[in-house]
Ligand binder design. Sequence first.
Ligand SMILES: Cc1ncc(COP(=O)(O)O)c(C=O)c1O
Length: 394
Amino acid sequence: MLMRYKKRKYFMAGRINLLQRSKIRELFEKARAMEDVISLGIGEPDFDTPDVIKEAATKAMYEGYTHYTPNAGIPEFREAIAEYYKDFYNFDVDPSNIIVTAGAYEATYLAFESLLEQGDDVIIPDPAFVCYVEDAKMSEAGIIRIPLREENEFRIDPDELVEMITKRTRMLVMNYPNNPTGATIDKKTAKAIADIAEDYNIYVLSDEPYEHFLYEGAKHHPMIKYAPDNTVLANSFSKTFAMTGWRLGFAIAPSQVIKDMIKLHAYVVGNVTSFIQIAGITALRDKRSWDALKVMRDTYAERRKLFLKGLKDVPHVEAFKPRGAFYIWAKIDPELDMTSEDFANWLLENSGVVVIPGTAFGKGGEGWIRISYATRRELLLEALERMKKALEKL
Ligand SMILES: Cc1ncc(COP(=O)(O)O)c(C=O)c1O
């Protein structure tokens, strides 16, 4: 028999009401009720996790990796992560400065909770990936948005950043390659921001889960390389190895910060699933997982090219040329006089194509939409065709 709860007023912490559920839920619900919809709204790889990683997890499970691990993660896994930074970026990380987390989401949450409190301010780009603002609310910090502008290729402007810093500023959030714009950061800007962080003694929470999705010669610049004493780096296996459902990520932070992050993590998650951590070692050390990543990246690169080319023939939208992640950030023709939300709804109703209104990422996203090309080529072509046909009517 189904247990039914009494209908009565429950007491809830006011804090939780500050959290906003995703504004795009309605759009997705509307799409679900429709037939023959193509979603370009997805923010995750459409690939399956490489077999070599799955096999490593299964083997580890049968070998007895079914128990608690140290809170910060299995030592060999933390060493493998440090090794990876040395191999890839020629940067030395001490494994004791690493915590294994349940994805970048948890890494980010731990950073906010450990570093901020009421009376502190955090600077968050606008537009930005959705979790930072909600994390900030939970930490009770004041939220200051720094605009990302097209003329600046959606990079944080160091001069503007300096202007925004006050005595209350404790942290800046950055995310390159960027969700939702697909923008990347250049070395000069990364260094300038690092210098500011050091001069004003603020932390930089640098969320870098798309570091391997770069196109047309773009390079990644991990902030930890330029401001090691001020950077909390959040990273993840979700996109790199198509492991979104596994919940595997990590953070790297200065000793005093990582200790506090581990303390909180110990009471919330305890440790990330033991056999998944072992699979993480394989993901980093086995050549086959990197080969799989290359195939995924090459496929994204092809789709990106195809979609950007096709979009040129679609009226009323114009793409910013992204050099990272797997998103296209496209401007809606201002002459249409439609908000991003109106446009996304109209497009769904008239073409059956789901795109995300830019305002889902902040007010700065008004006038833009986010298109994900983590979708099969045939569907991308079909979506382009449908968008063209529908938008020609406007
Ligand atoms: C910029 C950014 N940060 C963090 C996350 C969360 O990733 P994870 O699956 O590692 O928690 C995402 C997921 O889409 C993202 O786009």
